[in-house]
Design a protein around this ligand. Structure first.
Ligand code: GCV
Length: 705
């Protein structure tokens, strides 16, 4: 017995059970390369030359060592040039093309030895270069004769966390907030270091730690100390901390009677608050503000404007080098105008009046992160202001974390849209990266999908949405397909039998979700409050523009929202050529048809189908795509570790059922207006309309306050 126990004990010591992959490592898995290529890679990475001892150079070196150790074997330490295959990290390049954050990776001969030089002007550029170098090995590209230079096109590449102080996450589907405010600053969860590594690996350089529906508490001394502890942890990785500011904080925590931006006492409060923040966090990024939107307080409560509010805050943080990011997601409680028009109407008149350190942050579309929206008309319309992009990475309207929906094509579609503001080629990407109007303070923000789940994002595939967001913020003109391929290789593996089908699945997945949820330009058809599942019948409640019927306008005469000059005339907010095309049935892309037009059920689509038949077929095509993903994924079991494969397989089954539910419920509802039979071959909804309408989900995630 004793002997057996001894043997078993020894076995445990020498062969600890391999930890099952659960997605925690994200795309930074650093698994050993195949034996056949190992020697070639190892020869190029035999040793790391000594580096400077700054915090950022230390983490750059540590990451390189960690990555190489996993991929090809532990590198030695070496004096620069003392042997072949040295990697040299160099942060004093004086290379103007690289700017503050860019890097250059070259294979050079130094003292007669082959050396890989990862060079930048500043330490953080070296860190980015290290991640790029490792990704080359991770994706099995040659590292023999490198000559790569890269610099970010957008200055502030940020995550916006909608995280509450009690660790719930608004519209979060990945567990609790990773910011454990209660235990901070005494305990900083080491997970924040991995969060920082992941962000740095894709170039993200800013994080807003708290929800835009903000509490004033985060600006009190104890919470500033907590935020400072987070900032200290993220700083070596080139990530600055920002906070959402509650407009009424001067009243709630400052003892003032008002939050009027023109009241000197209010301005003094914010100036003192900024001074206090910068004392604790010398590189504090600035404030993000949601004002006069969805019940949040703001300068309009005092008869003042967004300019008055933003500029007053900008003057408080400006002397410290801070910025104010003011959201354009504003729609009035009083105004009955088409909600899609209100952001433009509120902000366009103020173009040129905001301070230089103010950025107006605009959602990609004019309603709210729908599966598909045409680009927001403010892009291209405010050339004399800094205009930033806000994408949603969390999938509030795209199936939460259980639907496989790769958002790269959504982001790319928006960024490639031509605003025509200054002639052909005035793409949204060129507005966002500042090229179009020569603007320097540029922003791309993503509403984070990160939480305490082991896999960070709620599902394995939702990690790809974090990844692609970062890569596109670095280069808004990059290809979402190429990025999907990099992600797949780094996250799952390089076997072409895996990479090809996975990338194909991902690339079609967003269009499929559009099809089974809101085809042909329909929008805002989800369930009330929790936004879970279909709810095309949602009506009544506090405001019409929070209902589905307001957006679909279904009736016996047809369906769709007329935003042409005969309707709300939202098309007039676009550059004339763009607006005219949207308003013209011969020109508008059918993917936006019902966004801009109200059409009869027998309207003929390009396919020859009637609108009704075409709609039904699109719903079914979406379901069929998810069927296909289920089948494809099942064949990939040999190439994916068991735990992650099983998790994805489970979620795909959930998605299959929910896609069918969306199709059936939507068809059941719209058929009450079209009064038409289903086209040949289409199955009727599985249940009655009453059944679908009766479903309620009070505990759907993402609603905590
Ligand atoms: C943070 C939508 C979401 C809200 C969100 C809001 C916003 O309305 O449903 O949860 O609030 O957008 O972007 O401010």
């Amino acid at each position: 017995m004793r002997l057996l126990a001894l043997i078993l004990g020894l076995a445990l010591v020498v062969a600890p059970a391999a930890r099952a992959e659960d997605g925690y490592d994200l795309w930074l898995r650093y698994k050993p390369v195949e034996a056949s290529v190992r020697a070639a890679y190892a020869a190029r990475a035999a040793a790391i030359a000594p580096t400077r001892d700054t915090p950022t150079m230390k983490v750059a070196r540590a990451e390189l060592e960690r990555g190489l150790t996993g991929l090809v074997g532990k590198p030695a330490s070496a004096a620069a040039g003392s042997r072949d295959g040295v990697i040299l990290l160099k942060a004093d390049s004086a290379d103007t093309a690289l700017g503050d954050e860019g890097y250059r990776i070259r294979t050079l001969t130094v003292n007669g030895r082959t050396t890989t030089v990862i060079a930048a002007n500043r330490d953080v550029g070296v860190l980015y270069g290290v991640f790029r170098y490792l990704s080359l090995i991770q994706t099995r590209q040659s590292v023999d004769k490198l000559d790569i230079a890269s610099a970010p096109k957008v200055k502030l590449r940020m995550l916006n966390h909608w995280d509450n102080l009690n660790r719930t996450v608004e519209r979060g589907y990945a567990g609790q907030s990773i910011f454990d405010w209660w235990r901070l600053p005494g305990h900083v969860d080491p997970r924040l270091v991995d969060y920082a590594r992941a962000n740095a690996s894709i170039g993200i350089n800013g994080a807003v730690l708290n929800n835009v529906n903000a509490k004033a508490d985060s600006l009190t001394a104890p919470y500033i100390a907590k935020a400072a502890a987070v900032a200290d942890t993220l700083r070596p990785y080139g990530i600055k901390v920002y906070l959402s500011a509650r407009w009424s904080a001067p009243i709630e925590i400052g003892g003032l009677k008002s939050a009027d931006p023109l009241d000197p006492a209010v301005a003094a409060f914010w100036k003192a608050k900024a001074d206090e923040l910068y004392k604790a966090i010398p590189d504090f990024g600035g404030f993000l503000v949601k004002a006069n939107s969805e019940g949040q307080p703001g300068p309009q409560d005092y008869g003042r404007t967004h300019v008055d509010g933003a500029n007053m805050l900008a003057d408080a943080v400006g002397p410290h080098g801070g910025v104010v990011i003011w959201r354009a997601f504003v729609y009035s409680h009083q105004q009955p105008d088409d909600r899609a028009k209100q952001g433009y109407s509120e902000f366009k008149p103020f173009d040129g009046q905001f301070r230089d350190n103010v950025v107006i942050q605009v959602k990609n579309g004019a309603i709210d992160f729908q599966p598909r929206e045409p680009f927001h008309p403010l892009f291209g319309a405010m050339p004399k202001s800094n205009l930033g992009m806000e994408f949603q990475i969390t999938k509030e309207y795209l199936g939460f974390s259980t639907h496989l929906v790769y958002l790269g094509p959504l982001y790319e579609e928006t960024l490639k849209s031509d605003t025509m503001a200054e002639g052909k080629g005035s793409t949204v990407a060129k507005v966002v990266d500042g090229q179009l109007d020569g603007r320097k303070l540029t922003v791309m923000a993503g509403v984070a999908n990160i939480g305490s789940d082991r896999n960070w994002s709620g599902s394995q595939f939702d990690q790809a949405n974090w990844y692609v967001f970062g890569r596109l913020a670095w280069d808004p003109e990059a290809s979402s397909r190429a990025i999907a391929e990099d992600w797949t290789r780094m996250t799952f593996g390089n076997d072409p039998r895996l990479v090809k089908p996975v990338v194909a699945m991902m690339m079609g997945s967003r269009e499929a979700a559009v099809d089974y949820m809101t085809p042909l330009g329909l929008h805002h058809q989800m369930g009330r409050d929790g936004h879970y599942g279909p709810g095309p019948w949602v009506s009544g409640g506090p405001r019409a523009d929070w209902t589905s019927v307001y957006y679909a306008k279904a009736g016996p005469d047809g369906v769709g929202f007329d935003r042409t000059p005969t309707g709300s005339n939202a098309t007039a907010q676009y550059a004339p050529a763009v607006g005219a095309c949207f308003a013209d049935l011969k020109c508008v892309d059918e993917k936006n048809l019902l966004w801009f037009h109200h059409l009869p059920w027998d309207y003929r689509l390009k396919s020859g189908d009637t609108l009704w038949d075409g709609m039904v077929r699109r719903y079914s095509a979406g379901v069929a795509y998810v069927d296909g993903m289920n089948r494809t994924w099942a064949t990939l079991a040999p190439y994916v570790d068991a735990r992650r494969h099983a998790e994805v397989a489970d979620y795909l089954k959930i998605q299959r059922d929910e896609a069918q539910w969306w199709r059936d419920a939507s068809i059941a509802w719209f058929q009450t207006f079209s009064k038409r039979p289903l086209p040949p071959g289409e199955k009727p909804p599985a249940k009655s309309l009453e059944y679908y309408e009766s479903l309620v989900f009070p505990f759907a995630p993402g609603q905590g306050g």
